[in-house]
Design a protein around this ligand. Structure first.
Ligand code: SAM
Length: 335
């Protein structure tokens, strides 16, 4: 069971024009990253893609306003969120906000072995760790680092600290039966979910996308042949489709951004590290919130700005027709 922060949910709700209830904030806390994933930042991180990151006080005000609009789930992302020296304090501030029940983090895991316990004590409930390969050489070719052992040690530290762990693996050519087998073997004894994520096209990765994309349907067919069966969806689930197997403690999941209906269950808003509201990861709209995050007096105006902005949230992204909006890479807005 996923641990919660234990606070009481707020009563007010935020809905978009299509009747979707929005209650999940994906918050980028830095646009910096120290990995060089081939599909994201193969040349490394350009300096200050998005501008100066929000301070802890600004993040506190943002989260309080969203909790007042019924948001109960927050996930920190980046860039690499653990590059922020105060990441544990940011988690603590958010987890202590009345109405917030779950605080998660998406990370490449390079600092996790050191800070997992502190993150848990600060109130972190879930963690998604990106591990694109369990073969050290392939991991190096994809991420540009030789830190696989350290990342795996971080996952073990998170599990033993009582944090629910999901592993994210982006699907690229080279995810062969041996690689799939390694990921699935991991779930046999460990209660973690390994989620296979279809590569999404961004402004910068078009050539790789055309050459190296692996459709999630190939993994789905293999899972089904191996006796994995689709699990019922939990309320508040995002777009992942989860599979279980009687011989495995953990689960497998598929995130297929290119399949029809992917956005129907969208329940989230995104805020960039510089405080711009994004209604859709691949949308054009950016609504600046930072001017209203400078003092506590801005909270009512902030809630009004968010409420009026969500009326323009699009029904779905347009990736299937090759339109990925202004997103050059996902580190820039927070994947
Ligand atoms: N640095 C953190 C990490 O590695 O998890 C958080 C940011 S990263 C942008 C978040 C997630 O987005 C990672 O799982 C990464 O693999 C995934 N990602 C980045 N670019 C992607 C793309 N073009 N298609 C699919 N997933 C992508």
């Amino acid at each position: 069971m996923t641990p919660t922060c234990g606070a009481v949910p707020a009563g007010r709700k935020l809905r978009d024009a299509f009747g979707r209830e929005l209650h999940y904030l994906r918050l980028s806390v830095t646009d910096r990253c120290n990995f060089r994933c081939v599909y994201c930042l193969p040349q490394g991180c350009p300096s200050h893609q998005a501008g100066t990151p929000l301070s802890r006080a600004e993040i506190g005000r943002l989260v309080r306003a969203l909790a007042g609009l019924g948001f109960w789930k927050v996930r920190l992302t980046g860039g690499e969120p653990t590059l922020r020296a105060d990441v544990c304090e940011v988690v603590r501030e958010i987890a202590a906000t009345p109405g917030i029940r779950r605080v998660g983090l998406t990370t490449n895991g390079y600092r996790l072995a050191t800070i997992a316990r502190e993150l848990r004590e600060a109130g972190l409930t879930t963690i998604n760790v990106s591990v694109d390969s369990l073969d050290p050489e392939r991991f190096y070719r994809i991420t540009g680092t030789r830190l696989l052992d350290r990342v795996v040690a971080g996952i073990e530290a998170a599990l033993s600290a009582g944090i629910a762990v999901k592993v994210n693996a982006v699907l690229l050519q080279g995810m062969d039966d041996a690689e799939l087998g390694r990921f699935l073997a991991w779930t046999r004894t460990e209660p973690l979910t390994v989620r296979f994520i279809e590569l999404m096209e961004t402004g910068d990765n078009g050539a790789l996308f055309r050459q190296a994309r692996l459709p999630a349907s190939e993994i789905r067919d293999k899972l089904e042949r191996l006796g994995w069966t689709r699990l019922p969806r939990d309320a508040g689930d995002g777009p992942a489709v989860n599979y279980g197997h009687p011989a495995h403690a953990g689960k497998a999941g598929l995130i297929s951004a290119y399949s029809g209906g992917f956005c129907d269950s969208c329940n989230r808003l995104r805020v960039t590290s510089a405080g711009d509201l994004k209604l859709c990861l691949f949308g054009n709209q950016m609504v600046p919130l930072r001017p209203l995050l400078q003092t506590d007096a801005g909270e009512a105006a902030l809630m009004d700005r968010i409420e009026s902005a969500v009326t323009a949230k699009p029904r779905a992204h347009e990736l299937a027709v090759g339109r990925c909006g202004p997103t050059a890479n996902l580190a820039m807005t927070g994947g």
